[in-house]
Structures are given as structure tokens and as C-alpha cells.
Design a protein around this ligand. Structure first.
Ligand SMILES: CCC/C=C/C(=O)SCCNC(=O)CCNC(=O)[C@H](O)C(C)(C)COP(=O)([O-])OP(=O)([O-])OC[C@H]1O[C@@H](n2cnc3c(N)ncnc32)[C@H](O)[C@@H]1OP(=O)([O-])[O-]
Length: 308
């Protein structure tokens, strides 16, 4: 008999998720783009209007690459049903996100998602769980993108059976790591989030009350609801596409981000960027608190000479 209040790592890492189908359309795509601040400062912005409106009609609205991260959200909200996995969902934080884009995402799609556990680590004061979701176009079977989501579970502790902390990984560790340079950034982009940013962003599918309910936010240790990590990531990648990619989102091949600190909706985000070959290293800071909140990289297929 299993005890639901105790973590059973072997049960967790051997769990097989059923394949699920997921569908989205142009309304989801446009709502998401507004949620990550597209056109918030300028409704005529020619580098961003294409993500919310297109003169050729709804079917031609372009999909922002970080929209891909939404395909992993449904799974994280079901973690409380994962066998052998004991944690307090109110203390869950998004730790990292890694996304690979295999082809530009279509405006409408019926897709098949295959998910698996690719990491579980005992960090003493927290557990870290990593889930990979590969998304395929259902009709053609072609792969569209891959998401690897790292969740940081405060208080889920003590499941190592030996003196070595439990650590299971199924992918190359150096794939997502990056170091923020100490040199002057190549470009800096500043943008305000709106006080209602999380209330708008949640409509894209992450309804965790941590982002909307003051009482739940307090239980989780915050003075008020915090912004979704993926919303902050969307702001950072938008800054990179706008400045370094000259608005061309199709240049983006892979995205990696580690959430270092929470963001309160309404705070100002400053994204610093460094170019290393085809890799853009970036760090996002909250201006009001002068603290780094997100760091990572974006890999590009090529560089546009007009943006350099
Ligand atoms: C998912 C869907 C739900 C969405 C929810 C949200 O959006 S929530 C809103 C968005 N999310 C947020 O707002 C979260 C913002 N981030 C935070 O508040 C903090 O970074 C923290 C509480 C996650 C960890 O802080 P801390 O002081 O407790 O940590 P520490 O420095 O003492 O390191 C302990 C160990 O953990 C490792 N490790 C550390 N950080 C990360 C990470 N991010 N990622 C992965 N791993 C991480 C670190 O390497 C170390 O291991 P090592 O090296 O010893 O083997």
C-alpha cells in the first residue's frame, strides 16, 4: 500500500503519461500575444501587430514562439495526481523552461502531446521535477516543438534513501545552462508590465490562483499575486526578437530561461542582451528592486545583418 503523503521517487520517474490531444486557434494566439505585452505601448507597432491582427484575416495571424510553452501547462496543473508525488501545490514555483521550435507554429492546430518525466532531484529544502512534452501535428505526425518544464517544489523534502541526495536526469545537463556575461550588454530593452498583466495572461490557460488571489499569494509567501514565470519569459523573448531579430520570430530555434526571483505585475522589466555567435544570452531585471529575475539564452537559426 502506498502512503500519499510520502514521496516515492521510483514511482514518479517511471510514471507513463497518456498521450493527449490539444487544439488551439487564432483567438488563443492573439490573446497570448496581448498577455505577454505585444502592442501594449504602441498599437501600430509593425514588429508586433502581426501577432494580434493581420490584414489578410485571422488565419494569417503569426504565432509568437513562446506560445509553444503553453502546451506544457496542462500537465503541470495535474501534478497533484502523479503517483508517488507528495507536495503542497501552493508552494510550487516555476524554476526553468526550455523550448525547442522545430518549425514555425501554425495559427490553428490540432496536436498530439507526448510527455515524460526527465528529471527529479532532492535539493534538501526543495524537490525539483522536470517534465518534457514533445508536440506533434496530429494530421501529419510532424514534430512542432519540445518543452522541458522545471518545477521547484518548496517543502517537498527528504526522499533520498542514501547519504547522496537523490538525482535523476534523462538529458544532457549542459543543454540548458548558461552564464550571464560580466561585460557591457550588446542591447538593453526596458518595458513596463501592467498591474493587470497576470489577470490578462492567465486567460491563456494557467489559472493557478497564485497569480490572481491575494490570500493564496500570501500563503505562498508573497505580499500580493505574482506574475507567471512564462509571462516574464514572453516579455524577455519579445525584447530579443524586437531588437536583435528585427521583429523576425522565425529566427528563433531554442529558448532557455531560469526564473531567479518573482515579479510583481506592474513592475518594469529591463532585459540586457549579449550576442555570442548565434546565441543571445540575456538577463532580465526588475527596475524598481534592481534584482535579476530571469536569465538564459535564445538560439537563433541565423542573424539578420539589418539588426546588427
Ligand atoms: C510550472 C507552472 C506553474 C507556474 C508557476 C509560476 O509561474 S511561479 C512564478 C515564476 N517563478 C518564480 O517566481 C520563481 C523565482 N525563483 C525563486 O524564487 C528562487 O530562485 C527559488 C525559490 C526557485 C530557488 O531559490 P533558493 O534560494 O531556494 O535556491 P538556491 O539558490 O538555494 O538553490 C537551491 C538548489 O536549487 C537549484 N535552483 C535554484 N533556483 C532554481 C531554479 N529557478 N530552477 C531550477 N533549479 C534551481 C540550485 O541550482 C540549487 O541546486 P544545487 O546547485 O545546490 O545543486
Amino acid at each position: 500500500m502506498s502512503d500519499d503523503s510520502v514521496m516515492n521517487p521510483e514511482l514518479v520517474i517511471n510514471h507513463k503519461f497518456p498521450e493527449v490531444t490539444h487544439t488551439y486557434g487564432e483567438r488563443d494566439v492573439a490573446l497570448y500575444a496581448l498577455g505577454i505585452g505585444a502592442c501594449a505601448k504602441d498599437a501600430l507597432d509593425d514588429k508586433e501587430l502581426k501577432y494580434v491582427y493581420h490584414e489578410d484575416g485571422q488565419q494569417s495571424i503569426k504565432v509568437f514562439p513562446t506560445f509553444a510553452a503553453l502546451f506544457s501547462i496542462g500537465l503541470t496543473s495535474q501534478l497533484s495526481q502523479l503517483p508517488g508525488f507528495a507536495f503542497d501545490p501552493r508552494l510550487l514555483l516555476h524554476g526553468q523552461q526550455y523550448i525547442e521550435i522545430y518549425k514555425p507554429l501554425p495559427t490553428n492546430c490540432l496536436m498530439q502531446n507526448k510527455s515524460s518525466i526527465v528529471g527529479l532531484h532532492d535539493k534538501g529544502k526543495a524537490a525539483i521535477l522536470e517534465i518534457e512534452v514533445v508536440s506533434y501535428e496530429k494530421e501529419t505526425g510532424e514534430p512542432l516543438c519540445m518543452n522541458r518544464t522545471t518545477v521547484y517544489l518548496r517543502g517537498a523534502v527528504g526522499f533520498s534513501k542514501s547519504s547522496q541526495p537523490y538525482s535523476f536526469t534523462k538529458y544532457p545537463r549542459d543543454q540548458t545552462s548558461s552564464k550571464t556575461p560580466k561585460t557591457q550588454p550588446f542591447v538593453v530593452h526596458e518595458e513596463c508590465t501592467q498591474p493587470a498583466q497576470a489577470l490578462l495572461y492567465r486567460l491563456s490557460g494557467d489559472y493557478n490562483p497564485l497569480h490572481s488571489d491575494p490570500k493564496i499569494a500570501e500563503v505562498a509567501g508573497f505580499s500580493r499575486p505574482i506574475l507567471h514565470g512564462l509571462c516574464t519569459l514572453g516579455f524577455a523573448v519579445r525584447a530579443i526578437i524586437k531588437t536583435i531579430c528585427n521583429g523576425d520570430a522565425n529566427l528563433v530555434k531554442a529558448i532557455s530561461g531560469r526564473f531567479l526571483l518573482h515579479v510583481y505585475p506592474g513592475e518594469t522589466l529591463i532585459t540586457e542582451m549579449w550576442l555570442q555567435g548565434l546565441r543571445v544570452l540575456y538577463q532580465t531585471k526588475v527596475k524598481e528592486r534592481n534584482r535579476a529575475v530571469l536569465a538564459g539564452f535564445v538560439d537563433l537559426n541565423q542573424l539578420r545583418s539589418s539588426s546588427l
